[in-house]
Every structure is written in C-alpha cells, then in structure tokens.
Design a protein around this ligand. Sequence first.
Ligand SMILES: Cc1ncc(COP(=O)(O)O)c(C=O)c1O
Length: 286
Amino acid sequence: MSRPLPIAWLNGEFLPLAEARISPLDRGFLFADAVYEVIGVYDGRPLLLDAHLQRLAHSLRELQIPSPHDHAGWQAIVSGLVERNGGGSGHPDIGIYLQVSRGADASRSHTYPQGLAPTVFAMASALAAVDLDTPGVHAMTAEDNRWARCDIKSTALLANILLRQAASEAGADECIMLRDGLVTEGSSSSVLVLEGRTLLSRPNGSDILPGTTIALIREVAAAAGIGYREEAISLARLLAADEVWLSAALRGVAPVTHVDGQPIGTGRPGPAWRVVAEAYERRKRS
Ligand SMILES: Cc1ncc(COP(=O)(O)O)c(C=O)c1O
C-alpha cells in the first residue's frame, strides 16, 4: 500500500494516525496473533465489501478471536475513513487496511486467556490510477514455504515478505509460489493462467488465501466468453501458458509477461488480459 492518509481508526475512535498508539504487550505485536483485510474503495464505494467481511469473519473464527464489530460496524469504519480522508473527492480511489489482533496481555503466554479485548486498527491510503498501458509484471518462482493455514489472512507474513524481497532483489515484481511442484499463489496475489479460452487457478483450500478479486475477475472473464476451471498447474504449464495474470484487491488484474526471465506468450501483456482488465475497471466503478 502507498503512504497512509492522515486519519486512522483505533479501538473505537477516528484519530490522526500520528497519534495512534498500541501497547507493546499487544499479541499482534508480540506474536503476529492478528488478522487483516485490504479493501479497495472506488469513487467512494467499497468493492466486494461483503466478501472481505466474510473472509475477515472466517479468519477471526479460525483463530477464536471474537469479532469486535458486526457488518454495520465494519461498514461504518470503512466509510468513516473514506469520508474523513477525502475519498470520492480529493482521492477518488482509496485502499483500506483493517487489522484485528487478539489484544494486549501482560503474560506473553503462548496460550491465550479468554476475554481479551481485541485491538482494532484501520487506516486509509490513496490509490494510484490503474495503468492499462503497463509493461507487465516480471515474476520469479520459489518453493512455497508458508504454514499450512494460508486460508487465514494472518499478519504473520514473514515467509511472504522474504519471498517477495528475494523476488525484488532478483529484479522481479512478484514471487509465484509452488508446493509439490504445483502453483499455489503469488506472495500477495492470486494467480490465473490462460490456456486457450480457459482460465485456470488452484482450487480454494487451506493452502491458499481465497481471493476476493479473483472471483470477480472470473465473472468478468466469463462475460467476455472466457471459461474457467479450478486446477492446480505445474511450472512447465505456467511457462507454456498463453497468458498469466495476478489479481489482488488494490491491484485488480495484472498481466505477467515473464516468469523466471522467460517470456509468457509474446512477452507482452496479452489481448485477453486487456479485454478483461478494461471490463474490470468499468465493473469496479459500476
Ligand atoms: C497471499 C495472497 N493471495 C491472494 C491475495 C488476493 O486476495 P484479494 O483478491 O482478496 O486481495 C492476496 C492479497 O493480498 C494475498 O496476500
């Protein structure tokens, strides 16, 4: 996310981000005992809010953290941040970061006491306009060495961070991960592979984050006559694909032009990507 805008939310109030403080005993700080969501807001309207809140509820439930807000409460936080940070007017597009930790506990015990008050933090950032003339993404591949519950959107992102850093140091923009020889997902994105007129992506399970954006991309692609099948694919098929796309809430759908230095298709953003990316841009504002 880009540089945050000035007004944040912390534990029940909107306040200047510069004044937001949490305890060093917060389990989010000590253990990454926390979950998060990232939501795109376009022309003042959150995209796929229900899907994000459902995934947040799943992450919280799996960690046995009681949800501190109901749907209307989360919605009020998101819209309050958008309004207070000039969303829709000064900044037409905004990214919202929402984090819930289990809360502060003096014992620093691995076992968690019941009844802690979760820490809720949220902030906004201005989004740059999407560039449909992008030269595309260079991706590196690496073994997926994350834990086995990637369906939980946990702030414990060290494996993702190290892989993304390795990609950056290798001159790539993203790391596409493989487990047992099959593509799982990007370090911060879902992976879609186009073979002919069929999009392929790994079925949801505990080994990937169920992306919110990928579901909308599939709908948009279907409307453009592109089919979809859930299938985990090998590195060889990834490299031989007609097109490879990445999707994520703030990124939308991005074309991968190179994987491990090898061109995908022509080595330029593909024609199917352009059709779907343009339709997605219209859809996210409709
Ligand atoms: C590991 C991972 N997979 C997939 C995604 C895409 O999810 P979404 O489309 O909901 O942003 C993300 C987004 O940050 C991610 O971090």
